[in-house]
Write a protein that binds this ligand. Structure first.
Ligand code: C5P
Length: 277
């Protein structure tokens, strides 16, 4: 589908920015134990770091945390133990089976809804003043506020979808689909994309709210419903909406494997030394 500006919402003007934090993953690649978002970093759960990182941006008002369905009360009381600025309101809602579903449920909760995505198009937008939505993985707890602010500024400057990203340092190979081969065999390479044209994307990804809600609605009800995307920008791209990149930050890395936990601890330790000076 081609992007039709008149069918999407008007560009955001002065308004409020809401954040959806999908934190409902189990994080199996980190090994068994506590859900990933609740693993401690510097003695504080990763999710608390992620919420604070978003709350540091003065544009941010409502924050919706999407928690594992069984852990909603525990996550709520955990977050209640870590105060946030007065301008920030916090909701905790149960997530779904995929990241995409968790984000959809979080979007619905910005407006105080509980069900699927209510459609804030021009005519039926909730009257809550939120016109920009950031989606930020709980697994990226250390994103600097300057990166958050840069994403918000680019959306407010008129881009419907903005993604922080960094150049790729490793050469990347594309391999054949796994269907017809033994997983124990070496993987056949089918292509080597030109590295200079590749970017590794991070979060928070920022959106004109109506654009993001429409993309999630289409992902449930549209012709390509059921094709999961690994990020929200992917859903928006499918609809022909332009997506732009701003410079990401190396400290916005995703905590996925045990080594990432060590790196995150090192970043925190360096920050506390810097703060001490
Ligand atoms: O699995 P992955 O690392 O891509 O997850 C990215 C983010 O999406 C994590 O913060 C995770 O908690 C969240 N997620 C979710 N609901 C799921 C799966 C992942 O909120 N069902």
């Amino acid at each position: 589908m081609t992007h039709n500006p008149s069918a999407e919402a008007a560009r955001p003007g002065p308004g409020r920015t809401a954040v959806v934090i999908p934190a409902a993953g189990r994080g199996v690649r980190l090994g068994p134990g506590t859900p990933k978002a609740l693993r401690p970093l510097g003695g504080v759960p990763m999710l608390v770091h992620a919420v604070r990182a978003m709350a540091r941006s003065t544009d941010v008002g409502p924050i919706v945390v999407v928690a594992p369905a069984d852990d909603v009360p525990a996550v709520r009381s955990l977050l209640d133990g870590h105060p946030l600025p007065d301008r920030v309101t916090l909701r905790v809602v149960p997530g779904g089976d995929t990241r995409q579903e968790s984000v959809r449920l979080g979007l619905a909760a910005i407006a105080g809804g509980t069900g699927g995505v209510a459609g804030p198009h021009a005519s039926d937008a909730p009257d809550d003043g939120v016109d920009v939505v950031l989606v930020h993985d709980a697994a990226r707890p250390l994103v600097p506020v300057a990166t958050v602010d840069a994403v918000v500024a680019a959306v407010r400057a008129g881009a419907p979808a903005v993604v922080p990203a960094l150049p790729v340092t490793d050469t990347v190979k594309q391999v054949a689909p796994p269907a017809d081969r033994d997983p124990a065999d070496p993987e056949p390479v089918v292509a080597t994309p030109e590295r200079a044209s590749l970017r590794a994307v991070q979060t928070p990804q920022g959106f004109d709210r109506a654009v993001l809600v429409a993309a999630h609605e289409a992902a449930v009800t549209g012709a390509d419903a059921g094709d999961a995307a690994t990020d929200c920008a992917g859903l928006v791209e499918r609809r022909g909406v332009p997506v732009v990149l701003v410079r990401g930050h190396e400290e916005a890395f995703k905590v996925t494997r045990p080594l990432d936990l060590l790196l995150a601890e090192a970043v925190l330790a360096r920050r506390s030394v810097a703060d001490g000076w």
